[in-house]
Design a protein around this ligand. Structure first.
Ligand code: G3I
Length: 316
């Protein structure tokens, strides 16, 4: 195998990228996105704020383009994300709705979005980032209105709208065993006990160079042992920029460890890297002076990390 996607397929896994539909006009970008990856996640196009900035006025263009691109390239689609406290349109966040009306708004959102793409989405992040670092539930317009019941309700609504999609809950800093991942473990255990249609847990894995959680594999394993699918959903490994050869090699090793840990866990179905190249990454905008976090450099050339991922997947 000489592409990531062929090598991953031979392992029975997928390898994904976060797709920015606005960059598909760039030939280098779209050749890599379509040729190397077997799954695409909508980096922004399927978020509520992108889809329905004003109540009842939908903007489907970006999400439709992504789904069409995936179909043209024989790729799976990872939908991201139905219910999240962030990138919400102002009309939802600040609408001051009574719980009963907000309930209708959320149900309608899930039914409309998951319903539109039913049959074309392999996995949905139904819930994103519901926890604080200490494992308590994050304050949000949803938690304030409904308490933690909003989580089970969202899974049920998504399952009704798209019975074929695998339904996920996704979070960051849940990569190792810690208070936050313990809370995730308790939550999904109780959802399963209650018969709620939850099928998988996403581990974002926005990592820092040299800080591989020592309990990464054990953590993925305990969720897999619940019978859930496990996905590394938003992998990147950032460093101070500019990068240098030694740190790019260190980064390659860390990428290799992540792939190896996923392959060692039977329920880990795949790994998605959060963006194609360093140029497209969200990191420099949010962490000034950091970046170089992805598999391709600013000129879309494969980095040592690319070779390490290919090698870890058993490719040439
Ligand atoms: O599209 C507008 C553009 O019209 C405007 O001129 C420009 C000016 O700021 O903003 C553009 O929107 C930006 C959008 O990305 C598209 O580029 C937003 O400001 C910016 O906030 C947004 O950032 C995204 C971020 O989520 C928002 O929270 C990143 O691209 C995206 O990579 C990032 O992804 C998240 C996952 O969804 C959840 N997990 C963490 C991860 C990293 O933050």
């Amino acid at each position: 195998a000489d592409t990531l996607r062929e090598a991953a397929a031979e392992q029975g896994r997928f390898i994904g990228t976060a797709l920015n539909d606005g960059l598909l006009g760039n030939a280098a970008y779209s050749a890599i996105a379509g040729g190397e990856f077997s799954s695409v996640t909508a980096e922004n196009a399927m978020k509520w704020g992108s889809l329905e900035p004003n109540r009842g006025q939908y903007n489907w263009a970006g999400a439709d383009r992504l789904v069409e691109f995936a179909a043209a390239h024989g790729q799976q689609v990872y939908g991201h994300t139905l219910v999240w406290h962030s990138q919400l349109p102002g009309w939802v966040e600040n609408g001051g709705f009574a719980p009963a009306e907000l309930r209708e708004i959320v149900d309608n959102h899930i039914a409309t979005v998951a319903g539109r793409y039913a049959g074309e989405i392999d996995r949905w992040d139904v819930l994103n980032e519901v926890f604080n670092e200490n494992g308590t539930f994050r304050d949000s317009v949803f938690h304030r209105a409904f308490g933690e019941e909003y989580i089970a309700d969202a899974f049920r609504a998504a399952h009704a709208a798209d019975p074929e999609a695998a339904l996920f809950i996704n979070d960051y800093n849940t990569d190792g065993i810690n208070a936050k991942s313990d809370a995730m473990y308790r939550l999904v255990s109780s959802l399963l006990a209650d018969g709620v249609p939850v099928h998988g847990v996403g581990f974002q894995s926005h990592m820092i160079l040299g800080q591989m959680p020592s309990t990464y594999r054990a953590n993925l394993q305990r969720f897999s042992d619940l019978g859930l699918e496990v996905v590394v959903t938003e992998l990147d490994i950032r460093m101070n920029t500019p990068s240098d050869a030694a740190r790019l090699d260190q980064q390659a090793d860390q990428y290799r460890q992540v792939i190896g840990d996923c392959l060692a866990v039977s329920g880990c179905s795949g790994v998605t890297v959060w963006g194609v190249s360093d140029r497209d990454s969200w990191i420099p905008g949010v962490f000034p002076g950091e970046g170089a976090a992805n598999l391709y450099d600013d000129d879309y050339r494969p980095k040592p990390a690319y070779g390490a991922v290919l090698d870890a997947l058993g490719g040439a």
